[in-house]
Design a protein around this ligand. Structure first.
Ligand code: NAD
Length: 487
């Protein structure tokens, strides 16, 4: 059974290996770990756990390949990226099923992610037609002053499991377009989905070594990957890992980009369309089992409608069906791993000490499932409500008015996304202006990432760059200034 979930070339004897220098191999690896189906806890496939020297080898291979790849024209590089987009679309069903079985998200969400990843690749390829430098006013007629865009070299991409195709795709594609080579280290829990992305690029004609995949423990491979010849690292994951990587990147003089956690608020004003708001809050808090950096965590509701809204929200959460992602009846899949479930259960136990926590849905017997939770009656000043809890949990509080709502929304170390529900344009504009977050929604859920517009946060949610669109490509390039004198 497991083999069908991997790209045909990638898994031999139910074992997924590394992709280095253009071929799949388990050479140099002795240790194996099981890639589990979180809906059952059963293994899908065995995966190599690479020693750190394979990370070093992959960097050397990438450095060699980059010397050739950077000389291809941007249009040639874009054509490979476009072909990879087409292959993702052609393979959508197989990739979505792999993702759903491996990560746990419902199949429609997994299909959506494959489509979005293909769209990101198309958008990135389109940037090959845009200008990449500037011409400046000169001092003399014989002089030209201009800038060129240069690649960074070898880029390390370290990805999380919650968007196991989309996030690697939105980092790898712009890195390649800009003329870099890449070593990708996916999360331990989602190597099969990452293998599909790598296979799509290989089948699209990407030269060997331009994109390499190394599988294993982040804590073991990270130190070996953040070294020369790598020149940059793009990371999405937890704040603790991000902090560790950032200090290592500074030591190694590597450019770095971090996308980290969130504790994303929703403010509901009395003039909101409550039916719409309830739908969006349920989706924001429970899609992907709440395992999104942009998931809805805190809901502040104006006093006049809080009772009505709470009742409607509870009624909408009650019928949610928990089950395997590949089951068409499932609304909420399992968490990704037993560790994620233990963390979530621990966080719920803490919140239960300070609020009334209501649970919804029926707990399946097997797998890493957790019931969606709604915390009511807690003290909004409690530190627990400012932090990230990674799973389907939201806390609801009453606020006196718009001003208190804004202050409450901003009361967190994070600043990724925030939503306002209201029909008042003045409040919408004041919300967009007053919230300290990178992404603001009015009358839509806190989640979402369009492929052509910037993605990222304020405060502890990001380092100081953005992903996707033009900004996403800029991170992977550096400016070269040219003084050109005629003789
Ligand atoms: P994580 O930090 O545990 O792991 C992320 C990646 O880092 C994995 O590939 C892991 O193997 C690797 N890693 C772990 N330790 C490492 C080390 N010492 N050196 C190098 N690499 C190491 O995070 P996770 O649990 O996979 O992802 C969930 C987190 O990601 C949440 O906090 C979520 O909010 C965040 N996230 C943020 C965004 C965003 O864009 N802001 C998007 C998705 C997820």
């Amino acid at each position: 059974m497991p083999i069908e979930l991997a790209p045909p070339a990638a898994a031999r004897d139910s074992l997924l290996g590394n992709f280095i220098a253009g071929s799949w191999s388990n050479d140099g690896t002795d240790e194996r770990v099981a890639d589990l189906d979180p809906a059952s806890g059963e293994p899908l496939i065995e995966v190599v756990r690479s020693p750190s020297r394979l990370a070093t080898e992959a960097l050397a291979v990438a450095a060699e390949a980059q010397q050739h790849w950077r000389r291809r024209s941007p249009l040639e590089r874009a054509s490979v990226i476009s072909s990879a987009a087409s292959l993702l679309r052609e393979r959508s069903e197989q990739i979505a099923e792999t993702m759903s079985r491996e990560e746990g998200k419902p199949l429609p969400e997994a299909r959506g992610e494959v489509g979005r990843a293909a769209e990101v690749l198309d958008v990135v390829a389109g940037y090959a037609h845009k200008p990449t430098g500037e011409v400046f006013p000169r001092r003399r007629q014989e002089q030209w002053l201009l800038t060129l865009s240069s690649p960074l070299g070898v880029v390390v991409v370290i990805a999380p499991w919650n968007f196991p195709l989309l996030i690697p795709a939105w980092k790898v594609a712009p890195a390649l377009l800009a003329g870099n080579s890449v070593v990708l280290k996916p999360a331990e829990t989602t190597p099969l989905t990452a293998a599909h992305l790598v296979q799509a690029f290989a089948d699209a004609g990407l030269p060997p070594g331009a994109l390499n995949l190394v599988l294993g423990r982040g804590s073991e491979l990270g130190p070996a990957l953040l070294q020369a010849p790598a020149t940059a690292v793009s990371f999405t994951g937890s704040n603790n890992t991000g902090r560790e990587l950032a200090s290592r990147a500074v030591e190694q003089h590597m450019k770095f980009q971090l996308e980290l956690g969130g504790s994303n608020p929703v403010l509901v004003l009395a003039d909101a369309d409550l039916d719409l708001t309830v739908r969006e809050v349920v989706a924001g808090a429970t899609s992907s089992s709440g395992q999104k950096c942009t998931a809805t965590r805190r809901v502040y509701v104006e006093e006049g409608v809080v009772e009505n809204f709470t009742e409607q929200l509870r009624a909408a959460l009650a019928p949610l069906r928990l089950g395997p992602g590949i089951d068409a009846a499932t609304d909420v899949g399992p968490l990704v791993s037993s560790e994620a479930k233990a963390d979530f259960d621990g966080a719920v136990a803490e919140v239960e000490k300070v609020a009334d926590v209501h649970a919804f849905g029926t707990q399946p017997e097997q797998g890493f499932f957790v019931r969606p939770r709604l915390a009511l009656g807690g003290d909004p000043d409690h530190p627990l409500f400012r932090e990230e809890i990674f799973g389907p949990m939201a806390a609801l509080f009453a606020v006196a008015d718009f001003e208190e709502g804004i202050a409450r929304c901003n009361d967190t170390p994070f600043g990724l996304s925030a939503s306002l529900f209201s029909s008042n344009l003045t409040h919408a504009l004041a919300f967009a202006d007053g919230i300290d977050a990178g992404m603001i929604h009015v009358n839509s859920q806190t989640t979402g990432a369009e492929p052509h517009i910037p993605f990222g946060g304020f405060k502890q949610s990001s380092s100081f760059s953005r992903e996707l669109g033009r900004h996403g490509i800029e991170f992977f390039s550096q400016v070269k200034t040219v003084y050109l004198e005629g003789t």
